[in-house]
Unconditional design. Structure first.
Length: 273
């Protein structure tokens, strides 16, 4: 199934919604209250503890099942993103593309390929020839920066309409453009490694978050209890900390080679000696 998605900010907002709603449901009716459902009459009668009505438990279970089904599709290894962009138009467009790449990685979305649209042909006209050469230089830089296939589509001089125009674009893209590629998979939060450096000079646990395309100035980090709110430019995600890191405090962060290293040191009040 192929979904013609909106631009990356709106796409990520939609893809992140099931995870966010699942978190809200867990706060509304945590597991402890669900487990205590069988004791509802006893708690209400003797302890004076208010308990939600049965319909609320049933609605929560139904919603959790629906969200789990959606997340199973969205988070499946075979679910990928194919970015379509107009021919590179300068440093601002390239920077926006890098930020979008980091936002997709933050949400664990794998970019399978890039389709660069509206590429100009070379010709005798000096103006068009100079634009063509500039596009080719930017296209070459894009290929070096991204480790995914890049599909080139020409400028038709008009909006594609009808089978003939689509056939022309398909022929320009090549026979393999629609086939799945072997691009590396993006790792979700559950796959991001935590390195144990407690026995070394660093004396810390380091959570490695791959964020290719991110820049240090665009990063935002806030700890809220057992959760970490991480932002890259306009993109945000609230992450549940791995169990070991919940007993630690954030000691620092560093971005190197597209990987954000978050340093945690044990909290003496929570970490057993």
């Amino acid at each position: 199934m192929v979904v013609d998605a909106p631009p990356v900010p709106e796409l990520l907002a939609a893809l992140a919604l099931p995870e966010q709603l699942d978190r809200y449901l867990a706060r509304l009716l945590p597991e402890q209250r669900q487990a205590a459902r069988a004791l509802r009459p006893v708690l209400a009668a003797f302890a004076g503890v208010p308990m939600p009505a049965d319909w609320l438990f049933e609605a929560r279970n139904w919603a959790a099942a629906e969200l789990a089904a959606i997340r199973a599709v969205v988070d499946a290894p075979g679910t990928t993103v194919r970015l379509v962009l107009d021919a590179p138009a300068g440093p601002l467009a390239a920077q926006a593309l890098r930020t979008a790449r980091a936002g997709l990685a933050l949400h664990g979305r794998r970019v399978e390929s890039l389709t660069v649209n509206r590429l100009l042909p070379d010709g005798a006209d000096p103006f068009l020839s100079s634009l063509h050469k500039a596009q080719q230089r930017q296209l070459a830089a894009l290929r070096l920066e991204w480790d995914t296939p890049v599909v080139e589509l020409p400028q038709l001089g008009r909006e594609p309409q009808g089978f003939a125009d689509l056939a022309a674009l398909a022929a320009a893209a090549g026979p393999d453009a629609l086939l799945p590629t072997a691009a590396p998979e993006a790792a979700g939060a559950a796959d991001w490694p935590v390195e144990d450096r407690l026995t070394g000079a660093e004396q810390a646990l380091v959570w490695l978050v791959p964020l290719p395309g991110a820049e240090r100035a665009d990063l935002d980090l806030v700890r809220r209890g057992d959760e970490l709110a991480l932002g890259v430019g306009p993109y945000r995600r609230t992450l549940t900390l791995p169990s070991a890191l919940r007993r630690c405090t954030v000691a620092g962060a560093a971005l190197r080679d597209g990987v954000l290293a978050l340093r945690f040191v044990p909290d003496p009040a929570l970490w057993p000696r």
